[in-house]
Design a binder for this molecule. Sequence first.
Ligand code: ARG
Length: 603
Amino acid sequence: MAKDKFKEQFAEAAAAAFKAAYPAVYMNTGDEQVFSEDFVYDNLEQPKDPKMGRFAFPVFRYTKLLGQKPPVIATRVATEIGGILNRNQGPVLVSPSAAGGFVNARVDFVSLAQGTLEDILTLESRYGGSDWGKGQHYLIEYSSPNVAKPFGIAHLRTTIIGNALRRIYKKLGFNVVGLNFLGDWGTQFGKMIVAFRKWGNPAMLEENAIENLHGLYVRFHEEVEQDPALDDQARLAFKELEDGGEAVKKLWQDFSDRSIKEFRRVYDKSGIEFDEWLSESMMNEEMDNIIARIEKDGLARLSDGALIVDLKDPLLPPCLLRKADGATLYSTRDIAGMVYRWNRWRFFESLYVVGSSQSDHFKQVFKVVEMMEVAEKLPPEERMSGRVKHIGFGWVKFGEKTFSTRRGRVVYLEDVIDKAAALVKDIIAEKNPDLPSIDETALMIGVGAVIFSQFSVRRQKDVNFDWDIVLNFDGETGPYLQYTHARLCSLLRNYDRRISSAIDYSLLDREEELRVIELLADFPAAVESAARNYEPFFIASHLLRLAATFNTFYQRKDGQGRIDRIISEDETLTAARIALVKAVQAVLKEGLYLLGIKAPEAM
Ligand code: ARG
């Protein structure tokens, strides 16, 4: 990973300080590791109050080892670090000091400003990237809607979180494969076929195929109440499909093609990308092999005619592989899919971004694979266990009031996006009626609002989607960030000159400017932590803080209550401030990009 050079300097000095201050203890503890540079680096915190400095290193854990109270240790180490820094040339860290059980350190403001801004201005969108994942495949499955079913709000979150994770992991150097795994197999297709034959007609597939097919499916469930024989017909139809019957296969293929066409339209509109499309039906060919392999591993047994795997875990029910009528299941297809992906990509990790309601399902299939690998005594490098992860998330709550739909109770994602764009268009028409390409911009902002709503809380929490909240240009929203970005672009347009390379960074000496520069410097860490926790929310909240802090600086008044302008008569001061503006603009744009949001230059 790209290391923060200030942190590195602190860690190096702290390790040396321990050695100098406590030579005897250091020699004898057998705990050298906690005195090492790496350890200090990894355990550096940020002081709660930024005025206390940029880093805080807690020393509580050394109480026993060193036989002293934390404040005593902190003072001793801080003094020692101070001496070491003074001996080194050109210190970028200054005035380490003890505060309770912490050693705090400030960084030299000019070095921080210069180092950070120069990095951003030269790297631009590459700032915050790294080559952590070089040469490794990283799989991320997301979206995975079901064919012939509405692409609704239920798939909103997986699509948006997965799309963001794909971009984040790419930034960290991985060969990312963003995977859409369509649900296009299972007994429901038997029902769909029966319903289509009874009540459908080809015209229904020409337009709004998904909506029409869904209508037929709903009707099937109503009619089956009166006529249970329909269920038997559906089972037969699915059996026919599994056995490769031409006529049913053709119908099913048509359902699938039409649905995919509609899915693509929604993805295009919202800027969602994939590298690979797979589907449950594509796993059919692997089905016999995988079942044979599990049987050979001695893991399967028959129970009432069905084939199951006991998971030897009191919290998990057995995993069903094949029903008594011979049909395979969702789990079987997922196990086959895991093996397929492992064989094809030998991934560093493989994520399944799927709602937390499926967490038992994933525990089951992961467990089966682990049992297979153990039974087969595979060497560690041949095992995918531990590399497959279920990335769960909570529900999206769509208040009844906030969305009424002409299409019944289902909330279609496309309708949400269209509505967002329409509402934004009204807002722009009022605020900035002369904006060229209003429709395009309104769509960018509408989509941005919908996407950002999914990052307003950590993924395990539920999201309450409320139009007034997600579209608030002054709230913690996508449009707020986009608006801030557009204002920065307009400042840069007004400046209308090349950004100077000889900047006097010491002029950026206001408290707000320091905060902004620190947030810019912390952007790479926010990206990394988003990746490590599979939590794009960390980037979202970092951007909100950056924008809010920048906006206080931007709106600052001078002693006489006049707006303190960024572009002023003072050329060198203006040049320095413009460099800061450019850096904030670049980081906002890149951060939004990582979340899947476009940053218009005017709005
Ligand atoms: N198609 C499923 C659904 O919509 C989600 C599939 C999740 N991915 C998987 N590999 N099981 O509920």
